[in-house]
Ligand binder design. Structure first.
Ligand SMILES: NC(=O)c1ccc[n+]([C@@H]2O[C@H](COP(=O)([O-])OP(=O)(O)OC[C@H]3O[C@@H](n4cnc5c(N)ncnc54)[C@H](O)[C@@H]3O)[C@@H](O)[C@H]2O)c1
Length: 256
């Protein structure tokens, strides 16, 4: 089986690949025999990759030219691209209107979150499709794009207005993008994670982390990054998964 439906020999580009879920994906794909993985991130400080098959690239998902350069570098070093995993993302906590301070949500902050999470995922997907589309099809398939939403797309909490809107956009892009690419053999899937143990949550004090973990029904803990990466692997390997959003959350339903 070629890299299009198997990790062995495949080439992937992972955004947000320096940290958290993205880093977990980079590590798992390499461990499972990928030929090459481009780890695209705007901040590679402290991210050491000991494998020569990882190509770290410093770029922002929002910048067309930087993403194009990353794709060119991928083609030059590895000769192809089979999968994109969009993990780059940011979050903020702001209410739509803060009645204690008489202050409306900043437009700049709202737009920044939409720009990175939603527009950034779209930007990378649309540009990467050209390179994936150049693959010779295997059983009619050329590759796959996997986006990362969040359960906040469905049960957004107080203060998650910008984050939820950005993730809801990613959910809504899934089917039309899968339909756009269907004639060209490129699948599109979205994962909506619940609570995962990444640097994002590591910044919280231990009691807060414990309280969050206890809100997950079963298993009652934070998810491990490799459990997210495992689902990425399953999506790459299973050709019938397309145009759908999978919650990966231990039955968590976030409270207001
Ligand atoms: N950790 C969780 O519990 C959780 C839950 C649901 C969804 N998610 C989503 O998963 C994704 C990964 O989150 P994480 O927890 O691993 O966070 P993280 O902060 O550990 O990693 C995110 C990475 O994205 C990079 N990044 C941010 N903006 C970028 C840009 N413009 N261009 C390129 N890279 C950029 C950061 O530098 C960082 O390395 C995010 O989209 C997040 O919203 C995380």
């Amino acid at each position: 089986m070629s890299g299009i439906q198997s990790i062995k020999g495949m080439v992937a580009l992972v955004t947000g690949g320096a940290s958290g879920l993205g880093r977990g994906v980079v590590d798992r794909l390499i461990r499972e025999g990928a030929k090459g993985v481009v780890a695209l991130d705007r901040n590679h400080e402290g991210s050491k990759y000991n494998d020569p098959n990882v190509l770290p690239i410093t770029a922002s998902v929002t910048e067309e030219e930087e993403v194009k350069k990353a794709l060119d570098a991928c083609k030059e070093k590895f000769g192809r691209l089979d999968a994109v995993v969009n993990c780059a993302g940011v979050g903020i906590a702001r209410r739509t209107y803060d009645f204690r301070k008489n202050l409306a949500h900043s437009m700049d902050e709202f737009q920044l979150v939409i720009e990175i999470n939603l527009v950034g995922s779209f930007n990378v997907s649309r540009l990467a499709a050209g390179l994936i589309g150049a693959n010779e099809p295997v059983n009619g398939l050329r590759g796959v794009i996997i986006n990362t939403a969040s359960v906040a797309a469905f049960d957004g909490q107080i203060g998650q207005i910008a984050y939820s809107a950005s993730k809801g956009g990613i959910v809504s892009m899934t089917l039309p993008m899968a339909r756009d690419f269907a004639p060209h053999g490129i699948r599109v899937m979205t994962i909506a994670p619940g609570l995962f143990d990444t640097p994002l949550l590591a910044a919280l004090p231990e009691p807060a982390r414990k309280a969050l973990a206890a809100t997950v029904p079963c298993p009652a803990r934070l998810g491990h990054v490799d459990e997210y990466a495992h689902l990425v692997q399953s999506i790459i390997e299973n050709p019938m998964l397309n145009g759908e959003v999978i919650r990966l959350d231990g039955a968590l339903r976030m409270q207001p």
